[in-house]
Design a protein around this ligand. Structure first.
Ligand SMILES: Cc1cc2nc3c(=O)[nH]c(=O)nc-3n(C[C@H](O)[C@H](O)[C@H](O)COP(=O)(O)O)c2cc1C
Length: 224
């Protein structure tokens, strides 16, 4: 009797261990694969290398004396442009006029106003080396008199944008995007456009970490 009892006990104990063993195995492989999946989900999308990028960040920005920020050595839009290029691995092109704008704020606003009234197309220094290789162009500019600086129109009229997507971003003293950006495809022939973002210019100088967070979230929503 005692022997039978010991035998039953042994069988039961063996079965229990076997069950536990399977469980442990199962849960460990589940947790291994879920950890793996979690790790994969946490991985950022691979940033393209410089040689194969199809993204261009083209921006206009003016250092010097500016509204709310005093004298700055790097323009607000330039700061945002760098953030976008860093996050996406994009190439960069600065939309710079042959004739530079004055560093003095008031003088600059007067010239900008006149150019706007004249519907001017200020000449741009340099060219994008090979526009055909890009399919996405982030277009950055400061708001000047509720619009884009006229040199940005020169830029848009200088290339064939067929099949390309333009994504605008701007900085301002509070106007954010003014609605003028919806006309971009009328000047950039062939381009389609996606939703842009307007950033408070002063924040780029005072709180770049916060701006970076905003820009990163915006890019993520766009799928970058
Ligand atoms: C000529 C000129 C006109 C401007 N007009 C406006 C405007 O209409 N609305 C606005 O919110 N900010 C305006 N600003 C402020 C700029 O948009 C803002 O300071 C911007 O962040 C400057 O960007 P940047 O440093 O990249 O040039 C103007 C600034 C300048 C120099």
């Amino acid at each position: 009797m005692k022997k039978i009892f010991v035998l039953i006990l042994t069988i039961l104990t063996t079965m229990m261990f076997a069950a536990c063993g399977n469980d442990t195995e199962g849960s460990s492989s589940n947790s291994d694969s879920s950890t793996q999946m979690q790790k994969e989900a946490e991985q950022p999308a691979p940033v393209p290398t410089k040689s194969d990028t199809k993204i261009l960040v083209a921006y206009f920005s003016r250092p010097g004396e500016n509204y709310q920020v005093g004298y700055i050595t790097k323009g607000n839009t330039h700061i945002v442009a760098d953030m976008i290029a860093e996050a996406t691995g994009a190439d960069m092109f600065e939309i710079k006029t042959v004739k530079p704008y004055p560093e003095a704020y008031q003088e600059c606003t007067d010239i900008a106003k006149q150019e706007q009234m004249d519907n001017a197309r200020p000449e741009i220094a340099g060219k994008v080396e090979d526009m055909s290789k890009y399919d996405t162009i982030f277009l950055g500019y400061p708001i000047w008199w509720s619009d884009m600086p006229m040199a940005v129109y020169t830029f848009l009229e200088s290339y064939d944008f067929s099949g390309k997507t333009i994504i605008p971003f701007c900085t301002s003293a509070g106007d954010y995007m003014t609605g003028k950006e919806v006309h971009i495809p009328e000047f950039a022939k062939g381009a389609t456009m996606r939703d842009g973002i307007g950033i408070f210019g002063k924040e780029c100088q005072d709180n770049p970490d916060k701006v970076r967070e905003t820009v990163t979230n915006w890019l993520k929503n766009l799928g970058f």
